[in-house]
Design a protein. Structure first.
Length: 449
């Protein structure tokens, strides 16, 4: 089965290689990362061949979530180096900028045996941590052979991916057998994982680390905001600001039409458009300009000045989370078109009213919790998006109620970090320096019929 898997992944690579070649030529992507993806890390990466903990975080969201654990892992395992890998370029950039406790960041290798062996020999992990559902059969099998402990943290099995995993359940069960522990976000994900073949004794429900990874809003220092990005948005106190975060193709046009309605009532309103993918920055800027709205890119804004524009396209990485705090209302993208939704917790941390579309499969548990606690609004269409945003920006009482409920829900759901660290401590006992005593026991998941 592993041979079939390797041949299949090779065939897929050959089929999609023209796309990656196009991206490399058109957008200068991937070429600079190929050596690391083939297992050739810089000679200075781990020059003394020290043992380590290896965290794999696919992209931006997972890299930011890893912040919840990084400092604690360094404190509890001071004799081990801490490495983090990402799959995407955006994730790599954010990890390098945001995770100061990580010793080095690199690109995740292709999951072919000869490549993962080379990478493992250089990284020398004692523990491999995979964020969410990053399951790579050859890497996990090689970890098992080498005695490397493995754990999935912040795990989830979405309603969309579950049927696909069931199709290959016999193989998937063997792969899951190579993972020592699973820390799942919810009871539903835990049940699905057990149904796919994971041993119930190895599965724990620890909650979502995304709540713990959120940084609490900090007070201004010496009259200036802590985050540099806010210096480019010195807004008048009464200016209405709509932030549309992590949008995908098709959604920006809908947001722009909704914003045009808001401008009819509030002429000074500002829209911040934050496309999910960097290669679309120019496309989205052109789309906004075509509507006749005065449009600027974030990188064109003067520092310490109010944007003299109707629309600002956020053409930077890692700044969106902080910009949510200047918003009057927030739309979280990937949800109006069928892409599974994106993280709604960052605006919730700032107590902002949140709107998202009908497609939130990738964050179903979180979305349901927000809706059931009247902490967010779900719309079903572009027309409903426009009317909802207009209602929010003209109703401060409703905005305040939604924002307060969102913030309270975030605070109430913190705690996954402690449970996750306890599971890790069971797999890899802490160094003998006083750490690791008095830990709580995280009980294994039990399937109730």
């Amino acid at each position: 089965m592993y041979l079939v898997y390797s041949i299949l992944t090779l065939a897929i690579f050959v089929v999609v290689s023209p796309y990656f070649l196009y991206q490399a030529i058109r957008h200068q992507k991937y070429l600079g990362t190929l050596r690391q993806r083939l297992g050739f890390l810089p000679i200075t990466f781990n020059i003394d061949a020290e043992e380590s903990i290896w965290i794999h975080a696919v992209s931006v969201g997972e890299a930011l979530t890893a912040r919840a654990l990084a400092a604690d892992l360094k404190a509890r395992y001071p004799r081990l180096r801490l490495f983090l890998s990402t799959t995407t370029i955006a994730g790599q950039q954010v990890a390098r900028r945001s995770l100061s406790d990580v010793d080095a960041v690199f690109y995740f290798p292709f999951d072919w045996t000869f490549i993962v062996r080379r990478t493992l020999s250089l990284v020398r992990p004692r523990l491999f941590i995979m964020m969410e559902t990053e399951i790579w059969p050859n890497l996990l099998r090689e970890c098992r052979r080498r005695g490397v402990k493995t754990v999935m943290i912040n795990g989830r099995i979405s309603s969309r991916s579950y049927p696909r995993y069931r199709l290959v359940r016999p193989f998937f069960r063997r792969v899951l057998g190579d993972v020592d522990r699973f820390c799942m976000q919810s009871e539903e994900s835990a049940r699905r994982l057990v149904a796919l073949g994971a041993a119930a004794a190895h599965v724990s429900v620890t909650g979502s680390l995304k709540f713990d990874s959120l940084e609490r809003p900090a007070a201004a220092s010496h009259g200036k905001p802590r985050e540099r990005v806010l210096r480019f948005f010195r807004l008048a106190p009464n200016r209405t600001v709509i932030v549309a975060g992590s949008t995908l193709r098709g959604e920006e046009a809908a947001v722009l039409r909704a914003f045009a309605r808001i401008k009819e009532t509030l002429p000074t309103a500002l829209l911040v458009l934050a496309p999910r993918h960097p290669e679309r920055f120019i496309e989205v800027e052109r789309l906004a300009r075509a509507t006749g709205l005065v449009t600027m890119k974030r990188t064109e804004l003067p520092i310490d000045a109010e944007p003299r524009a109707d629309v600002v396209v956020l053409d930077t990485l890692g700044e969106l989370a902080q910009l949510y705090q200047i918003s009057t209302a927030v739309f979280v993208g990937g949800s109006l078109e069928d892409h599974g939704g994106h993280n709604i917790l960052e605006p919730a941390m700032f107590g902002k009213p949140i709107v998202f579309g009908p497609y939130m499969q990738n964050f179903r548990e979180i979305a349901d919790a927000f809706l059931s606690n009247d902490a967010a609004i779900q719309v079903q269409s572009e027309r409903e998006l426009a009317s909802t945003l207009l209602e929010l920006v003209t109703d401060p009482v409703r905005r305040a109620r939604l924002g307060a409920a969102a913030r309270a829900l975030v605070e109430a759901n913190r705690g996954a970090k402690t449970k996750t660290l306890d599971v890790i401590g069971e797999l890899l006992p802490y160094d003998d320096d006083g750490h690791g005593h008095g830990r709580s026991v995280v009980r294994p998941f039990r399937l109730v019929h």
